[in-house]
Design a protein around this ligand. Sequence first.
Ligand code: ZN
Length: 294
Amino acid sequence: MKYYAAIEAGGTKFVCAVFDEHRNLVAKQRIPTTSPTETLAEVVRFFNAQIKKGFPVCSMGIASFGPLDLNPESPTFGYITNTPKKGWSNIALLPQLQAAFSVPTQIDTDVNAAALAEYKWGAGQQLSPVIYVTVGTGIGAGVVINGQPLHGLVHPEIGHMKINTADVPAACCPFHGSCLEGVASGPAMQHIWQVSAETLPSEHAAWELEAKLLAQLCHNLMLSFSARKIILGGGVMAHEGLISKIIHFTQISLAGYLTLPPQVQLSDIIVATGLGENSGLLGAFALSLSKSAH
Ligand code: ZN
């Protein structure tokens, strides 16, 4: 039996796991994200303990918050770059883990990894392009084209796209003000309505506005990527009925311009996650698998 290390590196917690070759979870631990030194020491301790227990991992996949340097030619490949997360800018995430474990490693953004997991096992199986969007404490999206995560020059930062926000009374992106994340993330909803998004009842005007903003995202993704799946996840998307409102407003926004193939509805394209909260961690496992195959 082969064992694979998976790390979902987030701003509030690192989820570390060992999977076997049949995608069974062998061990898992949540480690709070504190300082890089403390957090990475705990990560190393967890995997060393698993190795001692008889689970020698053959490769490691890391699905991380970013921004990340994903250029293998770069001297800072695998670094977290200029993140607003305090203490984590210019941290050699991948090199430090490589130094601790001499196994092949693969790193990607958390959202690219989640898109890869949805492509392999979830709501976008074997389709191209598959886009995974998370709407929660921030907004991010990963794109998988022909089974490969899209990096381009750096990596996509779809959550910060500019949209029409004329109807939005307040915005909070520290970089762009009223970009998509600045008006439609969980904290942005709180900023606009002065209560947390989870406490807003379904009939509240907040949800119609949220759906209209996310419909602009879906409109742009449909026209930019000709997406076969736009998979919407994250804490804000857990609100019941939000996805059908988004589909409704995307339909209106596209205004009949796109001719979809027969039998394909927008509700077949814009969908909830197939893997739920596990897409990030399974994405890290998918990265680990991709490395061990080579
Ligand atoms: Zn922004």
